[in-house]
Each structure stands twice: as C-alpha cells, then as structure tokens.
Design a protein around this ligand. Structure first.
Ligand code: NAG
Ligand code: NAG
Ligand code: NAG
Ligand code: NAG
Length: 415
C-alpha cells in the first residue's frame, strides 16, 4: 500500500516534469515563432550584384505576407556583404501578417539602363502597396544608380532625342499604414528617393539620403495625400528638395534633419492643376540647411485653390542659404509666363520662430503673396539672419503679406 502510494506520487511528479518540459517546449516554440526570419537567399536571391533577384524577393515577400502569426513578427532578411540587383518590383499588400520587418543588411541595387523599364511603369522601382505594419530597417544600402536616367533627362539634355522627364522613384510607399523606414542609406535614385503617398502613419528615422547636387529631380522625400508622417534624425543631401510636401497633407512633422546640398524643405508646389489644396498642421523643427537654394519654403501655383494653414518653422539654422525664408504664391515654372489670376491657394497662420544663420543673397526673407488671395497670420519671432558675404546687408521683401513680428527680427520685417 505504502509502496504503491509512493509509486503514484513519483509517477505524478514524473508526469508533472514531462508536462513542464512539454510546456516549456511550447513556450520556446512560441517565442521562436514570434520572430520568424526568412532569408531572401533561401528563395533564390543571388547576392552577386548581377543576377536579377526581384522574383526571389517577391517569393519571400509573398511567403511572409500570406500567413499570420499570432502576435508575431515576420522578418525578411537581406544578408550583409552581398549585393542584390532588383528589377522594378511591387510588394503588394494587404498582408495576413500584422507586422513585417524588412531587415536590409546588404546592398540593393537598381539596373543602370533605362531600357530595363521598357513596357513597365517608368515611375517605379521598389514599391510597397497597401501594406500596414511594415518596418524596413538595417544598416544596408539602397542604390538607385540613377546616372543612366540623369544622362537622358530632358532638364539637363533638352535637345537629346528621346529625353525623359519621368524616371523611377527608388522607394514608393503607396496606400500604406503605420509603417516605417529606418537606418538604411539611400543613394543616387534616378528621381525621388522616397515617396510616401496615400499613407496614414509613417516614420522615417535615422535615414541617410545622398545624390549629387547636380542630379535632376532627386528629391529626398516627397509626401502627398498623407497624414501623420514623421521624418526625424536624418541626413539628406540631393539635387532637389530634401523634403517636399504636396497637396492633401495633414500632421507632417519634420525634426532633427540635416539638409544640403539641395533645394531645402518645401511645402509645394501646390495647386498645379487648379485643384483644391488642403495642407494643414505642418511642423518643421530643428533643421540645419547647408548651402541649399531654399530653407523654409512655401510655393503655390496661382491656378490652385484651397489652403495651407497651421505651419510652424522652428529652430532652423541656415548656413549660406539663397532664400532662407520664402513664400512664393505666384509660382510658375517659367518666370513671367503665367499671367495673374483671380484664384490662389490661401496661406494662413505660418509661424517662423527662432531662425538664424546666413543668407547668400540680399533678400533673406521673401514673402511674395498674390493680390487676390493674400497671405495672412504670418508670425516672425526671434529671427537673426545675416549675409554670408562679410560687409553685405540683407533685407526682407513683402508683397501682399500680412502678419506680426515679435522680439528681435533681423532683417526688419516688411509687413
Ligand atoms: C562582412 O564583411 C565584414 C568585413 O569584411 C566582416 O567583418 C563580416 O564578418 C562579414 N559578415 C558576414 C556575415 O560575412
Ligand atoms: C553618362 O554620361 C556621361 C557623360 O556624358 C558618360 O561619361 C557616361 O558614360 C554616361 N553613363 C551612362 C551610364 O550612360
Ligand atoms: C553616385 O553617383 C555619382 C555620380 O555618378 C558617383 O560619383 C558616386 O560614386 C555614386 N555613389 C555611389 C555610392 O554609388
Ligand atoms: C513676386 O511674384 C511676381 C509674380 O510672379 C514676380 O513678378 C515678382 O518678381 C516676384 N517678386 C519677388 C521679390 O520674388
């Protein structure tokens, strides 16, 4: 009797032990499953820089996108020290996986020849469409090798037969949600480096974007029809705007960015096709501009309608910038070619606070607003701009601009 009880107790203990091992195994499996890593090489990607790996990337994407892990993260891994050539490719959502990490440790390069795009959409290279919970990160590089397109751009080679105005954007995030792009370097895109469009909730963080100052239309980041976008801790130097903000944008926050060379941070151009512009709550904070053509810029077309309101430019430093502060409400790609119109995009409630540094031209503050729809509620506060040429003075220039100045404002405001 005693023996049997003892045996029962022991077997119970043994049972519990086995159960626990089994449990922990389950726990272990769940933990491991929580981040399932998928290496693109396992899907046939070849990191030799010459084989087209776009099909392999797409297979890896479809594998990861199509299955859900309960509370888990799927990781697509691009190994370091390898170079993957990708032809134009679109990573489509929506995905079953709630969160997908794209960990780019190696290099991703584009075909050099525009011929690769024959029969394809010339505006795209890498596109993410309708994806939510996408997190692209890693110390890798995305190189658009854009010189093949720059060489045939109509801007730079207007007389070249078959010149093109359109060239592929390196990364497009279209109709995405709560996603991010961090750490990676983007280099030499054929045109815009990152386009965020039709997207709600996107963070760009610790990204470096570089292209030659002379490269045509190589915007760093362009945002349009988007809301709740954060761009921070990034370094952008290209041949066009560091960041440009287009029509239909709300809650855009840009902070801790180094901009230059390039055309600065631009809201616009807006209203080009006579549309009703809605741009609201844009904050640009803690940005340094070095050798750029513009600093804080707003440009709108006269044919446009609608509004830009609630804009805050704060804590900006300019180092030899042509137009540190500029509003151009009469924007026209050929000066003087656009006749004066009754329409215009209304610009209102724009704050410029704590801006300092140097201007490389005489007019450091340009507020050129339209006669029919003047600018209102402009606030200049604590501004100290000098000429980058010793002994020269700077001034401000206003047309139809209304607002107030608080504290030291140098050059003197012209309201
Ligand atoms: C990548 O290259 C670096 C430098 O050659 C080397 O230290 C590192 O171990 C390599 N990584 C892999 C995964 O091969
Ligand atoms: C681009 O143009 C430059 C100068 O015209 C030339 O040296 C270079 O080979 C061209 N590159 C390509 C990829 O066509
Ligand atoms: C970017 O393009 C320029 C001009 O063609 C070239 O000099 C530079 O080496 C390129 N950078 C990289 C990292 O490929
Ligand atoms: C302001 O815009 C008008 C209309 O385009 C233009 O003629 C004028 O030169 C501009 N003024 C300044 C100071 O940029």
């Amino acid at each position: 009797m005693v023996v049997s009880l003892h045996l029962q107790v022991t077997s119970f203990a043994f049972f519990v032990l086995i159960l626990c091992l089994y449990c922990s195994n389950i726990v272990y499996n769940v933990v491991a499953m929580k981040s399932e890593v998928v290496d693109v090489s396992d899907f046939g990607a070849v990191g030799d820089g010459t084989a087209d790996s776009s099909k392999a990337f797409l297979k890896a994407w479809n594998f990861v996108c199509s299955r859900e892990i309960e509370n888990g993260v799927r990781v697509i891994f691009v190994p370091e020290n390898q170079t993957f050539l990708l032809h134009p490719v679109t990573f489509n959502g929506p995905c079953k996986a709630k969160e997908i990490k794209f960990l780019i440790m190696g290099r991703i390069i584009s075909p050099v020849s525009p011929k690769t795009w024959e029969g394809l959409d010339q505006a795209k290279w890498l596109t993410f469409y309708k994806v939510s919970g996408l997190k692209i990160k890693g110390s890798g590089e995305i190189n658009g090798r854009g010189w093949g397109w720059w060489n045939q751009s109509c801007r730079d080679h207007p007389r070249l037969e078959g010149c093109t105005s359109l060239a592929p954007t390196a990364m497009i995030f279209e109709s995405c949600k709560t996603s991010s792009l961090s750490q990676v370097r983007l280099i030499n895109s054929s045109q815009t480096h990152v386009l965020i469009r039709g997207t709600d909730g996107f963070i760009v963080d610790h990204v470096k974007i570089t292209a030659p100052e002379t490269s045509p239309n190589t915007d760093g980041i362009h945002i349009s029809s988007a809301s709740n976008i954060f761009i921070r801790n990034s370094i952008i130097g290209t041949g066009d705007d560091c960041v440009s903000i287009g029509d239909y944008t709300t809650n855009i926050h840009i902070s801790h960015v180094k901009c230059g060379p390039g055309h600065g941070i631009s809201i616009g151009s807006l209203g080009r096709s006579g549309n009703f512009v809605q741009v609201q709550n844009i904050r640009v904070n803690t940005v340094t501009f070095k050798g750029t053509t513009n600093g804080a810029r707003i440009k709108t077309w006269q044919v446009g309608k609608g509004y830009v309101r609630g804009v805050m430019f704060e804590n900006l430093f300019f180092n030899s910038v042509k137009n540190p502060i500029i509003i151009d409400q009469n924007y026209c790609n050929v000066r003087g070619a656009c006749k004066e119109l009754e329409t215009g995009v209304q610009i209102r409630d724009v704050v410029y606070r704590n801006l300092w540094g140097t201007s490389s031209t005489e007019v450091a503050i340009t507020l050129n607003c339209s006669r029919s729809v003047s600018c209102t509620g402009l606030l200049l506060q604590s501004i100290m701009l000098k000429s980058s040429i010793t002994g020269k003075n700077v001034r401000s220039s206003c047309i139809n601009a209304h607002g107030a100045a608080i504290g030291v404002v140098q050059p003197a405001p012209c309201f």
